[in-house]
Design a protein around this ligand. Structure first.
Ligand code: ATP
Length: 210
């Protein structure tokens, strides 16, 4: 389902640090009819069995990164590449262009007049023809840490992942718009709706659950 809005709408890059709440905002936008593409999902799709991405990853890292059920063994991959910067760079050289191309094609096929949203963990090369609006979801590091602990990550995992990402001030530096997610989920929804209004010129559609 996608809604058509009256004014031409700039495409949105929806991003922010680990655990900031971008998936929650993305699902609100989707519920309001946005045409959303999730870069994490694309990164899985482009290395699915039978794809040229899978062939390239297997020839780079070896057949033992494939689990018995045919899926990629993410833990084995991480172990291999995070200890070896060259290998990580080569893996990224395979995956990033494939993700970019898949995103570009999906947005080229977006219904005319829809609100296009690219949910991505880092704002890299844009898949849009037009200059996107970069929307950063923001929450203090300690708040994100608490939420990620509740999601089952360990303190060390969180420290490592946060450490490999831009700092909070760097995130704010790349933002055209910021959605504050330091409060409750209900407050986040109010702020996301305000942004939706600024971007589309319209109120979010009222659904059966609203
Ligand atoms: P990642 O980059 O790790 O995929 P994300 O930016 O997509 O994270 P979410 O998955 O939306 O973030 O949120 C991280 C966790 O914090 C989730 O478990 C989510 O339910 C929870 N969360 C997000 N916002 C809030 C909030 N305002 N109050 C309570 N919990 C929240």
């Amino acid at each position: 389902m996608s809604v058509h809005v009256a004014q031409p709408v700039r495409p949105v890059v929806l991003t922010g640090g680990i655990g900031c709440g971008k998936s929650l905002v993305g699902s609100l936008f989707t519920g309001w009819g946005a045409y959303l593409v999730d870069a994490d999902q694309l990164a899985r799709d482009v290395v699915a069995p039978g794809t040229k991405g899978r062939v390239a990853v297997e020839s780079l890292l070896g057949p033992d990164i494939v689990a018995p059920d045919g899926s990629l063994d993410r833990a084995a991959m991480a172990e291999r590449v995070f200890a070896n910067a060259d290998l990580l760079a080569q893996l990224e050289e395979i995956i990033h262009p494939l993700v970019h191309e898949a995103g570009r094609q999906l947005f080229a096929d977006a219904p005319v007049g829809s609100v296009s949203v690219y949910e991505v963990p880092l704002p890299g090369r844009s898949p849009f023809e037009e200059e996107p609006l970069v929307v950063v979801v923001d929450a203090p590091d300690d708040v994100r840490r608490e939420r990620l602990l509740a999601r089952g990550l360990t303190d060390d995992q969180i420290t490592a992942r946060m450490g490999s990402q831009p700092s909070r001030s760097e995130w704010l530096g790349v933002a055209d718009e910021v959605i504050d997610n330091s409060g409750s989920v209900a407050e986040l929804a109010v702020r996301a709706a305000a942004l939706w209004r600024r971007v589309t010129g319209e109120d979010p559609p009222v659904g059966p659950d609203s």
